[in-house]
Design a binder for this molecule. Structure first.
Ligand code: FAD
Length: 464
């Protein structure tokens, strides 16, 4: 089926958030409504919302949920993007160039033809099929509706004990939010340290700091279910070893690409379940089907492998690349170096590139250097600790990865390492970087430079 009418092409977008609406908005910037009709299907009630802000809304730092909506459906419609809310796409027909959607309010199903299709269906939070996982009192935090449900749940919680399942960045951000709301917080984690995107030695620093904040952290514990009371509400999180009483349970145990429709339609998926695209974000083997955001796999430029990394920063960029290409321009998304930042209370956490286990998995021989420094000049008020770990390739001395745990101003320093990775710098080249210095911002030798110098020595020792 050809959707074009009187020379006007039609773009259909599935998913009304970061990737989908970035694609739609960019295509609209390049093509007028006379040239390109844009229809965006969104099964929820919001468009262009920031899930990233949910922890700060739950904590009360951001007072209102509506602040997290960057562009409402009305604003998109004013730019002639036909947003259809509460309308779920239930089938893809790439051969016929059409999608089948269901309007949640009326139950009506409709086929819509397209010239170009953007799949931006995001990711699905993990919810293992364990007893009690769907009980009242157990919350996910993927959508604004989830955030509102959790806030309502906090008002009605019978007590002040919260258990967070998962110690990735979302689990940690939610632990902070609940602590700020006055809850006694336990974090149950199946890895040997929080933040498994770091090496365990750096994760242990996070664990120690969390304990100092009054959070109980339980590592190496697999949740086996949620115990419920006579009223059906969650009462405790149960693991193989123990039971943790809970008035509120928050799940932060990771996500998987939401690609069930794509799978049923026979579109190519990678080993992590995400759609496979080329550099222009076109689904492999399908000229007019594009995909971006949490539903795709990305090329890890340092490790040289496809990975699934669910981050808003990638989703927005990939959406813009798609919109440019659909709009008749040319853009590519080359891949990522794996940069991520987060925080829990006043502790900042950052990583980019390979961990030790990643380097081993791709056969890169490496040296490590870990240094202790401060985020400001040591004599300056409120100077706090900052630990930097660097991995450099043995012999070549090329930077392979950097992890940072420290106080205010620590995390975004990882961007220096992200640029160095992108540029393929050696740690020796990094020691000569002209980084800014003044006492309120850093010691005269920035911790990144100190780590690079130590890494240079480690490379020399292994080479000499
Ligand atoms: C609590 C939390 C904190 C986060 N913090 C950060 C952070 O600090 N930094 C960062 O970079 N990232 C962060 N993220 C991740 C970031 O929010 C996601 O990577 C980003 O939203 C992905 O955008 P997306 O458009 O690919 O998918 P999504 O935002 O998931 O949007 C997909 C949309 O598609 C809709 N949809 C799915 N299937 C269909 C269908 N069949 N029909 C119609 N509509 C459909 C969904 O309803 C959804 O609105 C965070 C996420 C969470 C949950």
């Amino acid at each position: 089926m050809n959707a074009s009418r009187q020379g006007r092409r039609r773009l259909v977008v599935i998913g009304g958030d970061a990737a989908g609406m970035s694609a739609a908005s960019q295509a609209r910037r390049l093509r007028s409504a006379e040239e390109l009709e844009i229809i965006a299907f969104e099964r929820g009630r919001f468009t262009s919302y920031s899930a990233c802000g949910i922890p700060y809304w739950v904590s009360g730092t951001v007072p209102e949920g509506k602040a997290l909506v960057a562009r409402s459906p009305e604003e998109h419609r004013a730019r002639e993007i036909d947003v259809r809310l509460r309308t779920e796409v239930v089938e893809l027909d790439p051969a016929g160039g059409r999608v089948r959607s269901r309007d949640h309010a009326s139950g009506t199903e409709t086929w819509t033809g397209y010239d170009d299709l953007v799949i931006a269906t995001g990711a699905r939070p993990e919810r293992p099929p364990l007893p009690g996982m769907d009980a009242p009192g157990v919350y996910g935090v993927q959508t604004l509706d989830d955030g509102q449900a959790l806030l309502d749940g906090l008002h009605h919680a019978p007590g002040r004990r919260a258990v967070v399942v998962g110690a990735g960045y979302i689990g940690l951000e939610m632990a902070e939010a609940l602590l700020k709301r006055g809850y006694e917080v336990t974090v149950v984690n199946r890895s040997d340290a929080p933040m498994s995107t770091l090496d365990p030695d750096m994760g242990r620093l996070v664990h120690k700091a969390m304990t100092g904040m009054g959070i109980r952290v339980r590592n190496d514990e697999e949740v086996t279910g949620i115990r419920t009371g006579d009223d059906g509400r969650a009462r405790a999180v149960v693991t193989e070893d123990a039971e943790y009483p809970a008035d509120i349970v928050v799940l932060g145990i990771g996500v998987r690409p939401e690609t069930s429709l794509a799978r049923e339609a026979g579109l190519p998926l990678g080993e992590h379940g995400g759609l496979r695209t080329d550099l222009a974000m076109r689904v492999r083997g399908h000229d007019n089907v594009w995909a971006g955001g949490d539903c795709v796999e990305v090329l890890d430029l340092v490790g040289g492998r496809e990975r699934h990394i669910a981050l808003g920063t990638h989703a927005n960029k990939q959406g813009q690349v798609i919109g440019t290409n659909v709009g008749g321009g040319y853009a590519t998304f080359p891949g990522v170096v794996g940069t991520a930042v987060s925080k829990i209370c006043d502790l900042e956490i950052a990583r980019t590139g390979l961990r030790e286990k990643d380097a081993r998995a791709v056969g890169r021989q490496y040296v490590t250097a870990t240094i202790e420094s401060t985020n400001r000049a040591g004599y300056y008020p409120e100077a706090g600790r900052m630990t930097v770990k660097m991995l450099a390739e043995r012999r070549t001395g090329r930077l392979l990865g950097t992890q940072i745990v420290g106080r205010e101003g620590s995390a975004k320093r990882v961007d220096i390492a992200a640029v160095a990775l992108t540029a393929g710098l050696t740690v020796e080249q990094m020691t000569a970087l002209d980084l800014g210095y003044a006492p309120p911002f850093s010691p005269v030798w920035d911790p990144i430079l100190v780590a690079a110098r130590k890494a240079v020595r480690a490379v020399q020792e292994r080479t000499g």
